[in-house]
Ligand binder design. Structure first.
Ligand code: ASP
Length: 489
């Protein structure tokens, strides 16, 4: 029997996984409660509560019957507190449980298999940082002279920034035309606005995100490269690897060759490791998608329909109006071949929501299928995964306008230009991992005086949009890599 090609297997896994996840979706009327009684661990499932209160540290937070996700999120934050207890009313009975140790959504076959997906993401993620270092060192060293590297670096940076600025502009235009915030019914508005920030958003969001631009640049220089590597600070890693690679060209050739050969062989080995990891990609993708779909509250889709539509339309427009013309007219490359060659990376980006985890696959696709020379892709792609986030920037543009509309704030041209500027900066500083785009959105909202609590409105659909915007993020990196390589001939 003819073997099904890997990219087809991955697409099948995506589709089947989505069906599997929706079939075994989590029951939103149930909560699993673990607690301690007489020093023994106990567990119970509560069903159909009409009113639920969580007590800790003399704080009481109340929830209604639709708040399963909020309850779990609040518990995630307070799980290290002692003496958490809950009181709820279910079928007209009031029940109290003390010493609660965990509150979670009940598992289903679709969520039980998630560890397979987690292993897959981990396998890709641990390859990403060594691969970034090895390919940047080889890329920077093999480009020969500093002038050439400077020219390529400048072109790459300019293209990344230009495509990002266009992306936000498209996002702003689409949001201003569709007006998703004004299409919300007043009932939906007040329900979404009543969402409490403290229970709806990740902890980091509430901390102050005032970014000082000088500090931002100072922070690009690592104090200790090993610390940068261990904490995964991509910008610092890029700085160190490029600097190291450039300076290699200044030392004795015989010594330089030893180091370049070492990193070159390492990068080949890492790419080979990607090949092996990709063998389990269909299983990983299946597990990730089914767990995400099972956990996704679809009811919110209809409420936020116009917002989701605006983001997805913007992403599609950016693809058609910017990437495709660059590929077709600038690079004179077949658009079909491009998307066929990038399929695997796009499917992985969609299922992992992480440009960093996808980077090893993006590099393989760009080198093997788009035939971009390794010394260009090895330099352009790691940089792109770190600083180029077109999809994220576009989404932030739509989200900012949407939130402003819900709050009835009018954004003039100055505010919209401020959004473009801050979103370009934010996209450089956004870590290429799931969900960071919404955290950086806080910085943008603060810049134009929109209440940052507004992100509570859109957090419910963030995972879905994260999956979509990550596809644009990595497609943008690949397009620029192709454009730079064509331009350098
Ligand atoms: N998940 C995105 C990425 O990794 C970043 C974001 O928008 O949250 O590219």
């Amino acid at each position: 029997m003819k073997k099904i090609p890997l990219h087809v297997q991955i697409i099948i896994a995506l589709i089947v996984g989505a069906f599997f996840g929706s079939f075994f979706s989590i029951d939103t009327n149930k909560l699993e409660i673990d607690y301690k009684k007489n020093n023994q661990e106990k567990s119970t499932i509560i069903k159909d509560w009409s009113d639920l209160e969580i007590y800790y540290n003399e704080i009481t937070t109340s929830f209604g019957k639709d708040d399963q996700s909020k309850i779990v999120r609040l518990f995630e934050k307070i799980k290290n507190e002692n003496n958490v207890s809950i009181r709820f009313i279910s079928r007209d009975r009031e029940i109290k449980i003390k010493n609660v140790t965990n509150i979670s959504k009940p598992s289903t076959p679709a969520t039980v298999i998630k560890p397979i997906g987690d292993i897959f993401i981990r396998l890709l993620s641990f390859l990403a940082i060594p691969l970034v270092i090895a390919s940047l060192v080889v890329g920077a060293a093999s480009l020969g002279d500093v002038k050439k590297l400077g020219r390529i670096g400048l072109k790459t940076f300019a293209l990344y920034m230009a495509t990002t600025a266009i992306a936000i502009t498209i996002g702003l235009v689409v949001a201003n035309i569709i007006q998703p915030g004004n299409k919300l019914s007043s009932q939906a508005k007040s329900k979404l606005l009543s969402a409490d920030l403290s229970t709806s958003t990740p902890t980091d969001i509430t901390k102050n995100l005032d970014v000082d631009i000088v500090d931002f640049f100072v922070d690009i220089v690592p104090k200790n490269p090993f610390q940068a590597i261990s904490s995964g600070n991509m910008l610092q890693i890029v700085f160190f690897a490029v600097f190291f690679g450039i300076v290699l060209t200044f030392i004795e050739e015989s010594k330089r060759n030893v180091i370049v050969t070492f990193f070159d062989a390492s990068s080949d080995t890492l790419i080979k490791m990607v090949d092996f990891v990709m063998k389990i990609a269909p299983y990983g993708v299946f597990a990730l998608i089914s767990a995400t779909v099972a956990d996704f509250g679809f009811s919110i889709l209809s409420t936020l329909f116009w917002y989701i539509f605006a983001v997805l339309l913007g992403l599609l427009l950016h693809l058609c109006l910017i990437y495709i013309p660059i590929i077709k007219f600038w690079c004179k490359f077949s658009v079909r071949e491009f998307f066929k060659g990038m399929q695997n990376a796009q499917a992985i980006a969609f299922s992992t929501s992480s440009s960093a985890a996808t980077l090893p696959v993006t590099m393989e696709c760009v080198e093997v299928n788009l035939k971009v020379p390794k010394k260009i892709s090895g330099f352009v792609l790691p940089l792109g995964a770190t600083i180029n986030m077109d999809g994220t920037a576009l989404y932030q543009g739509v989200a900012a306008v949407f939130i402003a509309q819900v709050y009835g704030i009018n954004l003039g041209i100055t505010e919209q230009l401020t959004i473009v500027l801050t979103a370009v900066l934010a996209s450089i500083g956004t870590a290429p991992v799931p969900g960071v785009g919404i955290i950086m959105l806080v910085m943008i909202l603060q810049a134009v005086h929109i209440p940052p609590e507004g992100i509570a409105l859109i957090i419910g659909v963030d995972r879905l949009l994260d999956m979509a915007r990550t596809i644009n993020n990595i497609t943008g990196d690949a397009t620029v890599a192709l454009a730079v390589s064509k331009n350098e001939n």
